[in-house]
Design a protein around this ligand. Structure first.
Ligand SMILES: [Zn+2]
Length: 190
């Protein structure tokens, strides 16, 4: 909890603890604080022991983070938007290992672009669906469909940054597939 408060302060954003969430517009009583406490609640229908549901975890984390970009470090926007690009546009299957590799790729990338910022869309203008809508669905299937729609809306609201993240994604994919091919060659050589 403290993390996001510190991060907001660092970004010079005053957090409002009553009414709707000031970032995503979800209808709460205690604003962003309630939004942060509840954002996992809508995922309860999904069984995360089943690895095919991990996708919905990744998409919902990305959608929520990008709807609340002022309470995260600036490079986390790069990470979440690039991951959405890879999953939604490049149709990449995703897993935890790829998340680690993307983080490593971004660490290298940012050392060459220390001054690059993504430009957040205005608050309340980052997709209409919010995490709170997920709490209203009844089945796992509805939940999965809504998460895809939510992630898609948020991704499109960030469209002025798509050029930047598509380049990062290209670099990531080149590295990823080169390394996979290299590993295969080494294994075959044994
Ligand atoms: Zn919110």
């Amino acid at each position: 909890m403290q993390d996001f408060i510190d991060q907001a302060e660092k970004n010079g954003v005053l957090l409002i603890d009553n009414g709707k969430c000031q970032f995503c517009g979800a209808d709460y009583q205690k604003g962003i604080f309630e939004c942060m406490e509840n954002y996992n609640k809508g995922l309860e229908h999904l069984d995360f022991n089943d690895s095919k549901n991990h996708l919905f975890r990744f998409l919902s984390v990305d959608a929520h983070a990008l709807q609340h970009s002022e309470i995260h470090g600036r490079w986390s926007n790069h990470f979440h938007l690039t991951r959405l690009h890879l999953i939604l546009e490049k149709k990449q299957t995703w897993d935890y290992n790829k998340s680690h590799l993307l983080s490593d790729h971004l660490n290298r990338y940012k050392s060459n672009k220390p001054n690059e910022f993504l430009i957040s869309p205005e608050s309340l203008n980052r997709g209409k669906i919010t995490a709170k809508d997920l709490t209203k669905v009844i089945t796992a299937e509805e939940c999965a469909k809504l998460i895809i729609k939510w992630a898609d809306e948020v991704y499109h609201s960030w469209n002025s940054n798509h050029g930047t993240v598509s380049q990062i994604a290209e670099g990531f994919l080149d590295n990823y597939y080169n390394q996979t091919t290299l590993r295969r060659k080494i294994n075959n050589g044994k």
